[in-house]
Design a protein around this ligand. Structure first.
Ligand code: LR7
Ligand code: MN
Length: 405
């Protein structure tokens, strides 16, 4: 059985990576992690000296006043009545990003989402001052302006200031102009947002690791660069990791429509991750034995695999696991590799039903994903022992790719 023998090798790779990261990056920071630490020490109390939970929950920024009539507000679908010329522009935007950025650009970067968690989640109580802090790491490659910045604002407006050390944006060698100086100037006005840039295309695995290497939080929370966080999304993840440091915890992933930007979450039981024998990620309903193990609808659900983009992990535990396979390029495979790694190294992978985050699923892949097969072969070779033969049987082409690795 392939166990955590890769650990030391990966640790070695990470330390090399960490060493050159310092000289390798241009890095902007406009905030300090001691802000959260300082406010931690001064427990907010009300006039009567009682701990004030509302103060402890206070996000980094409050959302601006609600304008119910604004486009897409509260996660509503946007349908525009367009002239032919406008329609042409909309089509162009879809061709460029595989999401309707013409619509996205017209929705507030601060919009609210409809309530989509199980109502029982509202009753969960947290001891805010004892929860671990987190750094949110967001890698991006050529992302559209409004989807990227809506992600950033959404994190800042839904995460308690006390718990969020920073957001680390990692530019994976994008070549679009809006992601250069305009982005630097924009985030210079935001608290707790840092930007680092890779000097060559690293792919999402190494881009995330660049971000992780400068993170100051106890927990690393990874998000894709086109997400919107539901109220209260962060606390359940951090609470679970506090209770069980070897748990890697995913939010429920709600769908944001690429065309209308409608938020399609639902408060029902989440689905869990699996895979087929071609190592394609699949969704499944929660099996009966797992339902029996849970005592409440707000308990975590154990999941064999994760979709890959959205999860929180204790930083120390992430290092213990040997992080990711740093030989994986661009996109694909790392989610199953990391899932297998967690379970085979004695941890657990879980979905928290009280943490919801929306994700924009594009119309089709916006960039080439030709390395995905090689990444899957790496996952099979390292973690699947004799079961890799079933994979090669179902995916004969992978055998050829194996020869080239
Ligand atoms: O070369 C790259 N460099 C990057 O920085 C390629 C991508 N990226 C960034 C990208 O800008 C984005 O922020 O990495 C993130 C993920 O890329 P996406 O959004 O193109 O991926 P996806 O949402 O189509 O794919 C899912 O599977 C991937 C497998 O490699 C990753 O694990 C993604 O994070 C993952 N996304 C999710 O889990 C969200 C829910 C999708 C589902 C189901
Ligand atoms: Mn994505």
């Amino acid at each position: 059985m392939a166990m955590c023998g890769r650990r030391n090798r990966s640790k070695f790779i990470l330390s090399i990576l960490g060493a050159f990261v310092l000289g390798y990056l241009v890095f902007y920071r406009n905030s300090q992690s001691d802000v959260a630490q300082a406010s931690r020490r001064e427990a907010p109390v009300d006039l009567h000296g009682n701990e004030n939970v509302e103060l402890l929950k206070k996000p980094v920024y409050e959302k601006p006043a609600l304008d119910v009539n604004a486009l897409g507000e509260l996660g509503r679908a946007v349908k525009l009545d367009l002239t032919e010329e406008e329609r042409r522009k909309e089509e162009e935007s879809i061709k460029k990003h595989q999401i309707n950025t013409y619509v996205s650009d017209r929705i507030s970067l601060h919009r609210r989402l409809p309530e989509r968690w199980n109502p029982l989640c509202r009753d969960l109580k947290y001891d805010y001052r004892s929860l671990p802090t987190t750094s949110v790491v967001i890698a991006f490659y050529n992302e559209a302006w409004s989807t990227l910045l809506r992600t950033v604002h959404s994190v800042l407006e839904t995460s308690p200031d006390l718990l969020l050390n920073e957001i680390i944006l990692v530019d994976d060698y994008s070549d679009r102009d809006h992601l250069k100086e305009p982005l630097e100037n924009y985030i210079a006005n935001l608290k707790k947002v840092r930007l680092i840039r890779a000097r060559k295309r690293e792919g999402l695995v190494r881009a995330r690791l660049l971000g992780a290497s400068i993170a100051t939080g106890d927990v690393l929370t990874f998000l894709d660069c086109h997400c919107e966080c539901h109220e209260g999304w962060l606390e359940p993840l951090l609470q679970r990791i506090k209770d069980e440091p070897s748990a890697v915890v995913c939010p429920v992933i709600d769908v944001i429509d690429w065309n209308t930007f409608q938020f399609l979450g639902n408060p029902g039981e989440p689905q869990i991750g699996g895979f087929d024998w071609r190592l394609v990620f699949t969704w499944h309903t929660i099996p009966e034995h797992e339902q029996k193990r849970r005592s409440s609808a707000t308990d975590v659900v154990r999941s064999p695999t994760m979709a890959g983009g959205l999860f929180a992990v204790n930083k120390k535990y992430f290092l213990y696991l040997g992080t990711y396979d740093t030989g994986m390029e661009v996109w694909g495979g790392e989610n199953l590799e990391f899932s297998f790694r967690i379970w085979q190294c004695g941890g657990s992978l879980e979905i928290h039903p009280c943490s919801h985050v929306g994700h924009v699923f594009p119309k089709k892949a916006p960039y080439s994903r030709s390395k995905a097969l090689a990444n899957s072969v790496r996952a099979a070779e390292v973690w699947m022992d004799e079961y890799k033969e079933v994979y090669y049987h179902r995916s004969p082409h992978a055998r050829l790719v194996r020869l080239l690795l």
